[in-house]
Design a protein around this ligand. Sequence first.
Ligand code: CDP
Ligand code: MG
Length: 138
Amino acid sequence: MADKQRSLVLIKPDAVRREIAGTIISVYEDNGLKIVAMKMMKLDREFAEEHYAEHKGKSFFENLIRTITSSELIAMVLEGEDAIERIRALNGKSDPAKAAEGTIRNRFALNGTENSVHASDCPVSAEREIAHWFPELK
Ligand code: CDP
Ligand code: MG
């Protein structure tokens, strides 16, 4: 039997503003992923830079921080078997031009930065991100 995992998932500001958060959340729930924590936040620069620390110094970093802090987003922890890999498959590649047909980013992303969703990319990242976003979770 596959491992039960947790992932941090963000519905980014571009998706919240277009009122498609519910549609996106339904994709996860319809695929057997359970919401175990959820909140709405508008990020300050410091929090956003810590979340995306691995990308500091890259050409797209400023644009990424500007867009992720632009308005409210929804943060959640999803749980399920092989959650990390399955959620990233549901999301599709970060560049919507490369995201497979029917994936969330293929359906909804505006461009390579405002691409509607974030999800943890491995168990170590998931642990770090969940502790950063939901310190109250055990
Ligand atoms: O989000 P994901 O893990 O799929 O991609 P990433 O490579 O970790 O990049 C994080 C985020 O930075 C992406 O989701 C995009 O919003 C943004 N990005 C960008 O604006 N331009 C790029 N060339 C690569 C990433
Ligand atoms: Mg990433």
